[in-house]
Unconditional design. Structure first.
Ligand SMILES: Cc1cc2nc3c(=O)[nH]c(=O)nc-3n(C[C@H](O)[C@H](O)[C@H](O)COP(=O)(O)OP(=O)(O)OC[C@H]3O[C@@H](n4cnc5c(N)ncnc54)[C@H](O)[C@@H]3O)c2cc1C
Length: 424
């Protein structure tokens, strides 16, 4: 690496970071650098050897590494620089980065624009406060996935999984393929927290029982976990006395949620949203700090990789324009307000000038499942702007609604829109 100054620096090489780097380069950025703490490009996709990736973008059902490779090939072809095995330790609002690695040592670089693409991390036992002893054999589902799919180790043979997140359900099937017995998947909520397709393909197809409104009350075992005590819970998550059951196991996997990885964002003074735990962004994925953009799971936890790639494209293009001082000046910022049954919306605000020339996709999560046909509806004051019908709305599945240029003039008098999800 000859220089310490780049047009664009992308932190993280998952699908969000790869897409951002590619579009930044295609949109005129002269020097683009991806920094990745792992020894290979690709992010979490490298350990996701199951299929299910690329259905929207490529209309193909690809394994994670194959999906990643399609983008990694372009990184070389476009002359994008990479620093692997390198950790970004610090980021300032002025876009100065401090890095460390065995190859490059301790180093400082700067950029005209930065794209945050650090993904997210899994919640652990400490964050869900599981009582009992502290033996070996309690792991996050993603850790087990890395062992089995990348490093060639089995976490155990008799498994209980806490949480019905996608990683847990995918690991239930994976461990069954490898000869383990998955005794049960427990979910504290009265509904699934991952995708329905994963429930069908990973649990139902393999007769793995899912118990909704159940959790782990206690862990038994000293050196190694020997059993868990499970319990049914009511609607306020209180244990129902008498419903306890002891299940012998040598492994407890946790699939209890993901946390966007935003320590660097906070150092740079980027404003985070209390619900998503990711940066507040506009429709260019521009954060509250000028010149710092964000894409992928660092912003909010996506269900499908295709949408992460789309977000990376948008952030990378805007970052390249910013670096060239060509990003359109802001005219009027409109706030997006979550209405009835909407937990959050990304982007949290957008500029009307963007709507004059392109559609703006809004992504959101429903607060509670609605197992009936619904309208996803955008409103300005009392007027309906647009709506789309869906057969149902489930918390584990992201919902998208587009605003189009034809909606532009409605914003003459209004500064916010509300999106709600209601029964049809
Ligand atoms: C187990 C599992 C199964 C999935 N299954 C599917 C599926 O079937 N279909 C589908 O469409 N989607 C699936 N997804 C979702 C999809 O894979 C993710 O949404 C997507 O990979 C997120 O991409 P990302 O770029 O935001 O983050 P990641 O892929 O997590 O990449 C973030 C990268 O940033 C790096 N990084 C973080 N901090 C630093 C730092 N300080 N310095 C340097 N590097 C850093 C990390 O090492 C990592 O490589 C699955 C996800 C998981 C976890």
């Amino acid at each position: 690496m000859k220089t310490n100054h780049f047009d664009i620096v992308v932190i993280g090489s998952g699908p969000g970071g790869l897409a951002a780097a590619i579009t930044a380069k295609k949109n005129g950025a002269r020097s683009v650098l991806i920094i990745e703490r792992d020894v290979e490009l690709g992010g979490i996709l490298l350990q996701c050897i199951h299929n299910g990736f690329g259905v929207e973008i490529f209309k193909e059902d690809l394994p994670g590494p194959t999906y990643a490779q399609r983008f990694i090939n372009q990184i070389g072809e476009l002359g994008i620089e990479t620093m692997l095995d390198t950790m970004v330790l610090n980021l300032t609002a002025e876009r100065c980065l401090t890095l460390t690695s065995k190859t490059h040592g301790y180093r400082q670089i700067s950029a005209k624009a930065v794209v945050l693409a650090m993904g997210c991390r899994e919640r652990t036992r400490a964050q869900v406060r599981l009582p009992g002893t502290r033996p070996a054999g309690v792991y996050t589902a993603g850790t087990a996935q890395r062992w089995v799919n990348v490093e060639g180790y089995m976490p155990g043979k008799k498994i209980v999984i806490l949480g019905s997140g996608d990683i847990g359900m995918i690991m239930a099937r994976r461990l069954t393929f490898e000869g383990a017995k998955v005794e049960r998947v427990l979910e504290i909520m009265p509904y699934l927290s991952g995708l329905t397709r994963n429930y069908v393909q990973c649990l139902q197809d393999f007769d793995i029982p899912l118990k909704l409104q159940h959790t782990v009350k206690r862990i038994f075992g000293n050196d190694r976990i020997e059993a868990v005590e499970t319990v049914a819970v009511d609607d306020t998550w209180q244990p129902i006395p008498g419903s306890e059951e002891t299940i012998a196991c040598d492994t407890l996997l946790l699939s209890v949620g993901l946390i966007p990885e935003n320590e660097l964002s906070l150092q740079a003074g980027v404003r985070l949203h209390p619900t998503t735990a990711g940066p507040v962004v506009d429709a260019d994925f521009h954060t509250s700090v000028p010149g710092i953009f964000a894409a992928g799971n660092v912003v909010h936890v996506y269900d499908l990789v295709d949408w992460v790639t789309e977000a990376g494209y948008a952030a990378g293009k805007a970052a390249a324009l910013y670096a060239a001082d060509k990003l359109r000046p802001k005219e009027k910022m409109i706030t997006t307000q979550p209405g009835e049954n909407v937990r959050y919306i990304v982007p949290q605000h957008f500029d009307t000038s963007q709507l004059t020339s392109e559609k703006i996709p809004f992504q959101m999560r429903v607060s509670r499942p609605i197992e009936k046909p619904v309208w996803v509806e955008a409103r300005i004051a009392d007027e309906r702007l647009t709506r789309r019908g869906l057969p149902y709305a489930r918390p584990g599945e992201m919902i998208t609604l587009d605003l189009k240029p034809e909606h532009f003039e409605k914003f003459n008098k209004n500064n916010s829109i509300t999106i709600r999800i209601i029964e049809r």
